[in-house]
Write a protein that binds this ligand. Structure first.
Ligand SMILES: Cc1cc2nc3c(=O)[nH]c(=O)nc-3n(C[C@H](O)[C@H](O)[C@H](O)COP(=O)(O)O)c2cc1C
Length: 171
């Protein structure tokens, strides 16, 4: 199987829940699981992997978690290419209180990695959620797995399991 890296950011642990499930399902070693806030040093770390699972909860007004900001800037300033890599995005949000930007961090990550040549997999049905707007919406689908552990925690486990089954087909 292709070498998989998981890069993620989570303030309260909800996005971590997805990262852990991915780690277990794809048997990813601890060294290949990068918590952005603690383990990320340089965008060169992405180079070690053919498949990237990239996660962030959404903050501010549809922003990525702060620990992603430097990485995204570095990718831009160094003009890095992700040609030949397969990526999938995931993250937690709040579709009620922040329904105008529900899980928009996925869309922000998409804009960076897809624009730079990555093949994106793991699109999901956006109709399964009630929200106002989201940058994660690409051609009628969410560009990854969104969970709303605040309002729909009972659905999170099934959503994660279904997405992992989907990724096993697509990666
Ligand atoms: C100040 C603040 C801003 C937020 N902004 C958004 C937002 O724009 N979009 C969204 O979907 N969720 C937003 N959220 C909700 C978080 O993304 C949500 O609580 C999520 O479960 C956090 O996941 P984590 O535990 O992985 O960090 C916000 C929460 C706070 C406290």
């Amino acid at each position: 199987m292709a070498k998989i890296g998981i890069f993620y950011a989570s303030a309260g642990g909800n996005t971590t829940q997805i990262a852990r499930a991915l780690q277990e399902a794809f048997e990813v070693e601890d060294e290949a699981c990068v918590l952005m806030e603690e383990d990320f040093d340089s965008a060169q770390q992405f180079e070690d992997f053919e498949v990237l699972f990239l996660g962030s909860s959404t903050w501010g007004q549809g922003d990525v978690h702060f620990s992603w900001v430097d990485a995204l800037l570095e990718i831009g300033s160094e003009n890095l290419s992700f040609e030949g890599k397969t990526v999938a995005f995931f993250g937690a949000g709040d579709s009620k209180t922040h329904g105008e930007h529900f899980c928009s961090a996925l869309g922000k990550l998409y804009e960076v990695f897809a624009k730079r040549g990555a093949k994106v997999v793991g699109f999901t049905d956006a109709c399964a959620y009630t929200y106002v707007a989201s940058l994660a919406l690409k051609d009628g689908k969410f560009c990854g797995l969104a969970i709303d552990h605040i309002n729909e925690s009972q659905k999170s486990r099934e959503r994660i399991e279904n997405w992992i089954a989907q990724l096993k087909e697509e990666v």
